[in-house]
Design a binder for this molecule. Structure first.
Ligand SMILES: *Cc1c(COP(=O)(O)O)cnc(C)c1O
Length: 249
């Protein structure tokens, strides 16, 4: 697979250990079990070889955010790595990419509108029909923590979640599993904690209607501690493990 003495593997191993320590400490501070938190390593912009190194280091949850990049990258993984990898699609998703994304994705974190739910449902149905995947797609609804103030970042407004959840739960090929959010940039620690607390409240409300929707995807390189404190079950960490990325898009 990959040589244990490859310098890039050593670099990733060291960064992964540091992030692990941060998660362990955050869990201890919050009185939570480390086992309640899944680390998704976001490998966007980084080569397939990094995904292979990560698999060798025990990371089997991989996040990607652009179909054009993720499709070929996942297809290029050695079969034994691919078989153990759970692919999380975390980026904004266009309807015309649904059919491609459902070929290789296990969990979509970024469902944020009604027409995308319908498109994903149809796409999974077609993929199952074509023998390209076996089962339903797990989806999280992406919440806009700013309630529409900054409309370009994606996410459904909190007052629209109920209707989207209802629709999603009724889709034959989708499994509603919870919520996802990206914290607005530039918040101080207090504002960040408040934003994640609102998210946690929203997640509780959703679980009241849909008991199976018990996942909460929040927390990135810069704010994973605050997310763990607020009850996140999935952290999406890129830069803190892989290094800095060139600016995107
Ligand atoms: C890139 C990305 C991440 C990872 O962010 P880092 O700051 O690199 O940890 C998490 N979530 C989403 C939606 C992303 O696009």
């Amino acid at each position: 697979m990959t040589a244990p003495d490859d310098p890039r593997r050593g670099e990733l191993a060291a960064a992964l250990r540091q992030v692990e320590q941060r998660i362990t400490r955050a869990c201890a501070a919050a009185g939570r079990d480390r086992g309640q938190v899944c680390l998704v390593v976001v490998t966007k912009t980084f080569p397939v070889q990094d995904v292979v190194h990560l698999a060798g280091l025990g990371v089997h949850d991989i996040g990607e955010s652009r179909d054009q990049e993720a499709g070929p990258k996942m297809a290029a993984l050695p079969v034994e790595v691919r078989a153990r990898t759970t692919v999380h699609f975390v980026g904004q998703l266009q309807r015309n990419k649904a059919r491609s994304v459902v070929r290789y994705t296990d969990v979509v974190h970024s469902l944020d509108r009604s027409r995308l739910a319908s498109a994903l449902d149809r796409a999974v149905g077609a993929a199952v029909e074509a023998g390209e995947r076996e089962d339903a797609l797990e989806v999280l609804l992406q919440v806009d923590l700013e309630d529409g103030v900054q409309a370009d970042r994606g996410g459904v407004r909190r007052d629209e979640i109920r209707a989207l959840a209802e629709q999603t739960a009724g889709c034959e090929h989708l499994r509603l599993r919870g919520l996802m959010a990206v914290a607005p940039p530039g918040l101080d620690a207090r504002a960040l904690a408040a934003a994640f607390a609102r998210l946690a409240e929203t997640a509780d409300a959703l679980r009241g209607d849909h008991p199976g929707a018990d996942l909460l995807s929040a927390g990135m390189s810069a704010d994973l501690e605050a997310a763990v404190a607020a009850g996140a079950t999935h952290l999406r960490v890129g830069r803190a493990i892989l290094g800095s990325r060139p600016p995107q898009r």
